[in-house]
Write a new protein. Structure first.
Length: 293
């Protein structure tokens, strides 16, 4: 499995890194929209995919015509979609049993898994600036965790579900990154979303969740922001960067979630939280400097 994840491509487009950053900013709105939805958490995951599917396949049509996926590629992307469905089911369920900041932090444990994968599985060597970036990101995440995380049995179930979701998401990202070596982003995202939608619907019905929304606004906003825009940008950008850069970029989501908690729910954002967010931002700048050189 040493070569299952590609190294970043040479000559990445200038918009690739901004797309990666914007993707994580947009995805940070997901937990708030899941909480606002009047359907079950797994059902919210189903609608996130189902509403986006027609638009995804419309966007993917030119790419699918130009390079039709082989049976092996389709199966691989389908497996990625199943892991994505498992990620959404566990994460959305966890969001209802813990704080928004906790769910975003634990749901992005892939920020740690991906760099570890790059170093210990792919054998990638870290440059000095990348080591500094990783250390800065770890410090920033720890500061954000210290400011927002509350150790309490009340949140244990939700935290564990979000942690499990983060592991599923890391596997999904690695599978999608491999698929992006041969197919365009919309083709990969549309097939993965199709593979994940039905399992989520079946799970929601089996759990007795409310599936049909009374208010469609939150689930439509979730589909547009998280799946079309957020995952669309993420799937595009993922083909150009190493697991280290991808992992560090995911740490932007807890920082944005802390800001949203302050703006929308009146949660206090201390000076310490601001320092943590700045440390994560500085890490994202440093990790790009060797590539630019």
């Amino acid at each position: 499995m040493r070569d299952s994840t590609p190294a970043p491509r040479i000559g990445a487009p200038r918009l690739a890194f901004p797309a990666l950053i914007l993707a994580n900013i947009v995805l940070a709105f997901g937990p708030t929209l899941v909480r606002l939805a009047d359907v079950g958490p797994v059902a919210a995951g189903f609608w996130r995919l189902a509403i986006a599917l027609p638009f995804l396949f419309l966007l993917a049509r030119p790419g699918l015509k130009a390079a039709r996926p082989s049976a092996r590629q389709g199966i691989a992307i389908g497996i990625a979609g199943l892991f994505f469905a498992a990620d959404l089911a566990a994460w959305h369920a966890g969001i209802h049993h813990t704080k928004v900041a906790n769910s975003t932090l634990f749901g992005n444990v892939s920020a740690l898994v991906l760099p570890l994968w790059a170093v210990f599985v792919l054998g990638q060597r870290l440059r000095p600036l990348q080591i500094v970036a990783l250390a800065l990101a770890a410090v920033g995440a720890a500061i954000l965790m210290g400011g927002s995380y509350e150790v309490s049995p009340r949140y244990l179930r939700g935290d564990l579900l979000c942690l499990l979701a983060g592991l599923f998401y890391a596997i999904y990202l690695l599978l999608v990154q491999d698929a992006r070596r041969r197919l365009d982003s919309w083709s990969v995202l549309s097939i993965a979303s199709l593979a994940g939608a039905l399992p989520l619907l079946i799970a929601a019905l089996a759990m007795g969740e409310r599936v049909l929304p009374g208010d469609w606004t939150p689930v439509i906003a979730l589909a547009v922001s998280s799946q079309l825009v957020g995952q669309g940008l993420m799937t595009y950008a993922i083909g150009w960067f190493s697991p280290l850069v991808l992992g560090l970029s995911l740490l932007l989501q807890p920082a944005v979630a802390a800001l949203l908690g302050w703006l929308l729910f009146g949660e206090t954002m201390s000076m310490t939280d601001g320092v943590g967010a700045l440390a994560v931002g500085a890490a994202l700048v440093l990790v790009r400097l060797p590539a630019r050189a």
